[in-house]
Every structure is written in C-alpha cells, then in structure tokens.
Design a protein around this ligand. Structure first.
Ligand code: PGA
Ligand code: ZN
Length: 422
C-alpha cells in the first residue's frame, strides 16, 4: 500500500516569549503522525517571508495566528491529502503556488512551514530513519560546531548592550559533547564572575545572561575573563558576534554607545575589534540595506573571519546569489522561517555550499520545543549551529538532541571544529 498523507491539522500554541505560534500535525494512512511547530524572530529582516498574524488589537495583543491555523486546516490540508509525504519538493511547491505571493503573505509562512516540517518528520518516521538520516543519508556524520550565546543584548534583552549576541565557539574541542562540556564550564564561570561583580545573572530571550554592562567591549572582556578562569585559552575557545546592525542603522549611520558611525567608520570599528579580540565570526556586522559596504567589509576581513549574512540574505536563494556574485559576506545564517519551506531552505544551503559560503543553521529568539534544526544541521553537514545558550529548555532541547544524535552515530560522528576555520 502506498504511504500517503491522510490528514493535516493545525492549532495555536505558545512560543518561548509567550506569543502564539502555529503547530501542525501530519497523519499518514499507515497510522504514523508527526508534529512540528514554527519559531518567531524579534530582529526580523525586511526580506523575510511573512508570519501571518491576526492583528486583532482586542485579542492576544494582535498576535494570534488563528487565520494561519485556519489556512492549514481549510486550504492547505485538502490540497495535500493523498499526496506522498516523500515528495517534499512537490508538497512545498503546491503550497507556494497556492499562496501565489513572493513572501508567502497570503497563506502565511508560519502556516506553510508548520506543514512543510511536519510532512518531512512524518516521512522520516515512516521510513524508519532518524530525521537527520532521512535528510542526509549515510553521509550525515558531521556534528556542527556550536556558537553558544552567553551574553544577550540588543532587542533580546532590556539591558544597555547594543550588540545582540555574544557567543563562544568551542572550536578546539575533541567532539560535540566535549564542546558542550567546555561551554558549560565557561557559562557557569561567567555566572559566578557576574555575581561576584554584583551584576544580574537573569537571562535574555536566548538564554544568555543580560547584565547591565556599559559597552560591547566590556562584554567581550568579561567573556575573556570567563574563558581564562574556566581554565581555557583563546587557542581553543573563540568568540562569535551577532551585531544585528540593521537594528541601529538609521539615516546612513550606525548609532550605538553614543557613537554615530559612517559605514566606513563601522568597518574600521569591526576590523579593530577583530584585531583586539579572538573573534572568528561576525554576523550582520552591517545593515541589510548597506550592501556596497558589505562588499568593502568582505574585501577587508574575508580571509580572517566568517562574515555571516542573516538579515542580509534571509535564507533566500535569490538574495544569496546576488551576494555571491558581488562577493558580499562569506557565510550565511539559515533560518527555516525566513523563507517558509524546507525545500527552499535546502536549495539555499546547497547554493551556499557550492559557492564555499559557510552555513550556520539557526534558531529564532522566539522558539518552540521543536528540535528539527538539530537534525537539519547534521543532515546537511552544515558545519555550524547557533541555538542559544545553555539555559532555557527550548534552547537546551536542541543541544540535547544533538547529544543523542552523536550517540546514535557512535564512532562515525565527526567534530571538525577547528578544521572548519583552516
Ligand atoms: P531573531 O534573532 O530570531 O530575533 O531574528 C536571531 C538573529 O538575529 O540571529
Ligand atoms: Zn542575526
């Protein structure tokens, strides 16, 4: 008997920031079913696919997603019932065609992605494979190097820090689990240091601490203190930043810490930061609409650090292609809900790899219990994952899933860490 989709249902659930989001269940005709849900960003790129919200001011602060839920139940489900769950590209294309807008604003990227991911999860269960194996086959062996967020700023915390994410990169570790152990030691050492300085150890949206530090450099200094005090050196633990510069770029100037920098001055600032600190990756160091400066930044820092386009590319193959053709950035952040389907995400990853752009699979600041991105990172041998801090279950679930995947892979698991930077 052919395995086909029997039913699809969606409903509204709660994300990690207390906002509603979409959850969908795909049921197959052999009794197998799978549930997936979609995350939501706070620093949203202008070219992202549209998250459909009801915008009813009298209800859940305008944030309910009942229309998107309705679209799954009444429009998408009838189109996909009796289709094969193994034809992911066909399934996604049917939804994209029905939506018939560039940014999925009619059905909603949240409605479409919930279905896209649950179809894939159901297909992997039906095939008897783990999700990462279904996605990547027998060559899915590379455990990603994690970028672990330990200090939150920007729109993810209500402290002074203007840069959004300060991350450690345990790149000299022997294995993924070793990388997590090292990071846990540094994370908890940082907690003790902050406490000893009478600074808050409350956490921000992505689980990193959110103390009132005065400057971004002060944040980098305290991270170095934590690395050293935990017994490590900058030979085996590096730093990655998500500046999220679009958030403070206004009228052609970068406004932070009482500075107002031109694009050239901002490039200089970033160059100096990389000389003064062991930084291996800078995400969104410049704004999404400052494209010519991205080209300059890439000429200057291309050989030294990963220059990651998040808002710049929004996981969109067409925007990435434009970046590749103009030598803008050298890496891309991959967020499923920026483009709205698994197929388009895989297309974007493939394009990046063929052009030697590094790929970092990423969570959003508003997350759910889904661990899909952990499997995706291993399934496509992405090399890197960014999924928050070592606190808050919606973040740690993703790391814990990776620990399980590492166990399943046994001797086959590879942790390239440092080699990715050679
Ligand atoms: P967001 O933040 O999910 O709020 O967009 C994550 C990021 O900018 O990488
Ligand atoms: Zn970002």
């Amino acid at each position: 008997m052919a395995i086909l989709i029997k039913d699809i249902k969606a409903w509204q659930i709660i994300d990690s920031r207390g906002n509603p989001t979409v959850c969908a269940c795909v049921e197959l005709n052999n009794g197998i079913s799978a549930i997936q849900s979609v995350p939501s960003g706070a620093s949203v790129g202008i070219n992202e696919a549209i998250e459909l919200r009801d915008n009813n001011p009298d209800f859940l602060f305008s944030k309910s997603v009942l229309k998107a839920v309705d679209n799954v139940n009444n429009i998408i489900a009838p189109l996909l019932i009796n289709k094969s769950p193994f034809n992911q590209f066909e399934i996604d294309n049917i939804m994209i065609e029905k939506d018939n807008t560039k940014n999925l604003s009619s059905l909603g990227a949240n409605a479409i992605l919930a279905v896209s991911l649950s179809v894939c999860a159901a297909a992997s269960k039906a095939s008897g494979l783990e999700l990462f194996q279904y996605l990547g086959g027998i060559n899915a062996l590379n455990m990603p190097t994690p970028f672990i967020n330990i200090l939150n700023g920007g729109v993810h915390a209500n402290n002074n820090l203007d840069f959004q994410e300060f991350m450690i990169v345990p790149y000299g570790a022997k294995s993924f689990s070793d990388a997590l152990r090292i990071s846990l030691e540094i994370f908890n050492t940082l907690k003790n240091i902050l406490k000893s300085r009478n600074l808050s150890v409350n956490v921000g949206d992505e689980g990193g601490f959110a103390p009132e530090l005065k400057t971004n450099k002060e944040a980098l200094e305290v991270i170095l203190d934590a690395i050293f005090e935990a017994g490590y050196s900058t030979d085996n633990v590096k730093i990655a930043l998500d500046i999220a510069a679009s958030e403070f770029y206004k009228d052609g100037k970068y406004n932070f810490e009482n500075k107002s920098l031109t694009s050239d001055e901002m490039i200089d600032y970033l160059k100096n930061l990389c000389e003064d600190y062991p930084i291996v990756s800078i995400e969104d160091g410049l704004a999404q609409d400052d494209f010519l400066s991205w080209i300059k930044l890439t000429q200057i820092l291309n050989k030294k650090v990963m220059l990651v386009g998040d808002d710049l590319f929004t996981t969109n193959p067409a925007l990435l292609k434009n970046g590749i053709e103009n030598n803008a950035a050298n890496s891309i952040l991959i967020k499923l809900n920026q483009i709205g389907t698994l197929s388009k995400t895989l297309e974007c990853i493939d394009l990046a790899k063929r052009n030697n752009y590094r790929t970092i699979i990423s969570h959003r600041s508003g997350e759910t219990e889904s661990t899909f991105i952990s499997d995706l990172a291993v399934g496509v041998n992405s090399g890197f994952i960014k999924t928050g801090s070592l606190s808050r279950s919606e973040r740690t679930m993703k790391y814990n899933r990776l620990l399980y995947i590492e166990k399943i892979l046994g001797n086959g698991a590879r942790y390239l860490g440092m080699e990715y930077f050679d």
